[in-house]
Design a binder for this molecule. Structure first.
Ligand SMILES: O=P(O)(O)OC[C@H]1O[C@H](OP(=O)(O)OP(=O)(O)O)[C@H](O)[C@@H]1O
Ligand SMILES: Nc1nc2[nH]cnc2c(=O)[nH]1
Length: 192
């Protein structure tokens, strides 16, 4: 289960962003190369373990887009991208995003009250991004059916759950220890 993801994670290089240990991986960065069979493995796991009884998949620019695309092709569910650029469409919702090494604005268009949504992202690390997007989805009064990050790192998942009251599913837990990525747990499903 998720052999390709785990193998590529433990081999992933780690770079410093300030004092933040940042692993570089095809799924989370699109480099050095995204093999179709790795993307397929991840998308199949998401659609298998996620609750896909939704109207729309929601992902976050940039490294959620290829995931949402692959899941959409598998499930025939359309997706919305939370962008880093404002479009000013009627009802646009702005979101302030902070991560362990950056911050900026995100903009949500295309979602309406009552939409049943599946939120997916590549990584939950500090939980800053997911928390702010979930709070915006709650402001829009969408029905958040399921939330999944492929990789959880650090204690961001608990932070999101505490801040939003929404359970976050993840496929693997990985952390950087002594400059190497260690995959600690392969769980596909809700954490108790
Ligand atoms: O849990 P957090 O600390 O918020 O980190 C997780 C976020 O960090 C990355 O996004 P980033 O804004 O780096 O940009 P990218 O997706 O465009 O690479 C990643 O795609 C997640 O969205
Ligand atoms: N690729 C990558 N994305 C991240 N987003 C938050 N933390 C990380 C990380 O360590 N690696």
């Amino acid at each position: 289960m998720l052999e390709k993801l785990v193998k590529s994670l433990v081999e992933a290089p780690v770079v410093k962003k300030g004092d933040y240990d940042y692993f570089v991986h095809p799924i989370t960065d699109g480099v050095p190369l995204v093999e179709a069979n790795l993307l397929q493995e991840v998308a199949e796991a998401v659609s298998k373990f996620g609750n896909m009884d939704v109207d729309k998949i929601v992902c976050v620019e940039a490294m959620g887009i290829h995931l949402a695309t692959a899941i959409s092709l598998l499930t025939n569910i359309p997706f919305v991208v939370v962008r880093k650029r404002s479009y000013g469409l009627e009802g646009e919702v702005a979101v302030h995003q902070t991560t362990g090494y950056s911050e900026g604005e995100l903009y949500i268009n295309g979602l309406r009250r009552g939409d049943r949504v599946f939120l997916v992202d590549d990584v939950v690390s500090t939980g800053g991004t997911m928390t702010s997007v979930i709070k915006a989805l709650q402001r829009i009064e969408t029905d958040i059916v399921d939330v999944m990050a492929i990789i959880e790192k650090g204690d961001g998942r608990e932070f999101v759950e505490k801040e939003t009251g929404i359970k976050v599913n993840t496929l693997v837990r990985a952390n950087v220890i002594d400059g190497k990525v260690v995959v600690e747990k392969i769980t596909a499903g809700q954490h108790n």
